[in-house]
Design a protein around this ligand. Structure first.
Ligand code: HXC
Length: 515
């Protein structure tokens, strides 16, 4: 065959492989508001940067008439490209080909691109749109998932791993994302479950729709499996690009620096946003914006466990990870979910050299039978563990309440915060004045002629003594009492001088966090 004939042959083979599951299947995909696998990758990456590999890989199924079937690319598109000019490895499952199900060679394509990502030390982005293990390939599909899970775990904390759920994803198609750092979902398109509605109906006799069982809102608001929620696929890809601007490309690097910008103080000034009445709630996101470059805050897990706020911002041009109690929701208490949310983010930031800024205003851990029985001891301990373990710069600002276990847990100096600042409004104590007075002055209150008057007196006595930052300051537990409008400068200076801190930790294989 001459060169031109070879070239024609190549083009024919490519055309065939690139047609995916065929026109009808693609039409069905589009009718549900979904892009095709390749369109998704192209929309995500920098223009013209995508290079595809393993286009001619064929499936290895032999049973149930599979050997007669042609599955283009074995239902997954893999390759490399760039985001914001930097290399990334990417795969996108093609639902139009056997429902994006994962057979032996499909898995091989994914593990190959994962190995590239680890070798090149660049992020891995997986677009999942799959019915899970390909049923016809039996144990070989399970083996494929096992190989993926192993690599997800090896890559954890080395390269960023980002998962996008863009279709009905079952079984292994959601367990691999669960092992990655960030999961994105899109309204009405993403569905995640281990066992779908059919199995639930068969086993339990319960009827539920895919959307109600594991739709995007369920995952973003109730389970916390998803970190980011988007209205549509293009919005989702824009969010991924934004995330990529805040994180370093691997664990040996720091995130890119950007030109320093002042906060937009006309809109976000602490003076106006922080209430004078200490019982009045406020939105801590406004305080974050009031001290961040250009008042930009990229929130993670925005709709789940909203009593704690986590996310990325920049201070003096450099990425920081914010962890902040949210007084607007449950007075900012730590509970099972908010502890999980904070602890995982702290560990992400620590693994990827992102300094932590913690804003404290909480009455403590949430009391109650539900919480105790849900394991608030174990979950709450994750926050203690994560902060204690973290060796990145850790700066803490106590704005108002820092009571009890909450004071310790929210990156106190005892868990090795590098600098702890308190506003004059800070109240650092074992518990709130009302509760404390009721316990320690119980007898005086009970035996007083006017118990209510006595209670008020004792609450005031306790408040005067402890509901301020000066007792903690007297012991050196906080480094400075600062005016709220000094916060940004103080934090930036503290971050600057802590940037190259050296911490030696005890030699061990790994710790055993309270998972
Ligand atoms: C083989 C599959 C498949 C699978 C879907 N298809 N899932 N083929 N193996 N796992 C095929 C369908 O047969 C169909 O082929 C095409 O993909 C589209 O599927 P539909 O059912 O028509 O689409 P839809 O109605 O949108 O439903 C999507 C779905 C459903 C919810 C994902 O297909 C489903 O429930 N699939 C099975 C899910 C599952 O139980 N997977 C195994 C998980 S166990 P045709 O030829 O008709 O177009 C697992 C093990 C790892 O993953 C566990 C690790 C812990």
């Amino acid at each position: 065959m001459s060169l031109s004939h070879k070239s024609i042959d190549l083009k024919r083979r490519m055309r065939e492989a690139l047609r995916g599951g065929g026109e009808q299947a693609i039409e069905k995909q589009k009718a549900t508001g979904k892009l095709t696998a390749r369109e998704r990758i192209i929309a995500l990456l920098d223009p013209k940067s995508f290079h595809e590999y393993d286009l001619f890989v064929e499936h290895a199924g032999r049973d149930f008439d599979m050997s007669e079937k042609y599955l283009p690319g074995d239902g997954v598109v893999t390759g490399t490209g760039t985001i914001n000019g930097y290399a990334v490895c990417v795969f996108a499952q093609d639902f139009t080909v056997a429902g994006g199900s994962l057979g032996y060679m499909h898995a091989k394509k994914i593990t190959k691109i994962m190995d590239h990502a680890m070798k090149l030390k660049v992020p891995l982005i997986g677009i999942n749109d799959s019915g899970g293990a390909r049923i016809q390939e039996g144990v070989n599909s399970l083996a494929g998932y096992g190989e993926i899970f192993f690599r997800n775990t090896q890559a954890s904390g080395v390269i960023p791993q980002i998962s996008v759920i863009l279709g009905p994803c079952a079984g292994g198609a959601v367990y691999s994302p669960a092992l990655t750092d960030f999961v994105f979902v899109v309204d009405k398109i993403s569905k995640m479950f281990i066992t779908g509605p059919e199995v639930i109906k068969t086993v339990l006799g319960e009827e539920i729709s895919m959307e109600e069982l594991g739709g995007a809102r369920v995952q973003a608001e109730i389970t916390g499996n998803a970190h980011f929620f988007a209205e549509n696929e293009i919005d989702c890809f824009e969010q991924i690009k934004q995330l990529c601007s805040y994180i370093p490309w691997n664990n040996t690097k720091k995130a890119d620096s950007f030109p320093k910008k002042p906060p937009r103080t006309r809109q976000y000034s602490i003076d106006k946003l922080f209430p004078t009445n200490s019982r009045q709630p406020y939105d801590v996101k406004d305080i974050i914006r009031a001290i961040s470059d250009d008042s930009e805050f990229f929130e993670v897990h925005e709709f789940w466990a909203e009593n704690i706020v986590i996310g990325f911002a920049r201070m003096s041009g450099n990425t920081v990870g914010f962890v902040a109690n949210q007084p607007l929701v449950l007075a900012g208490v730590l509970d099972v979910d908010s502890s999980d949310k904070a602890a995982r983010f702290i560990r992400y930031c620590d693994a990827f050299n992102i300094p932590l800024v913690t804003l404290v205003d909480l009455p403590g851990y949430l009391p109650g039978v539900d919480q105790e029985h849900a394991g608030v001891i174990r979950h709450g301990a994750k926050v203690l563990y994560a902060y204690s373990e973290a060796t990145v710069p850790k700066i803490t600002v106590i704005t108002r309440k820092a009571y009890g276990g909450g004071y310790i847990a929210m990156c106190s100096s005892h868990l090795r915060a590098d600098f702890v600042f308190a506003w004059p409004t800070a109240e650092i104590a074992v518990m709130g004045p009302e509760g404390a007075a009721n316990i320690i002055f119980r007898n005086e209150i009970k035996s007083a002629d006017n118990p209510e008057e006595m209670r008020k007196l004792k609450v005031k006595e306790y408040k005067d003594k402890f509901a301020n930052p000066y007792v903690a300051a007297a012991y050196g537990y906080i480094d400075a009492v600062i005016e709220p409008d000094e916060t940004r400068d103080m934090v930036i200076h503290a971050l600057h001088i802590s940037a190259d801190k050296i911490i030696t930790t005890p030699s061990k294989k790994h710790g055993i966090p309270p998972f």
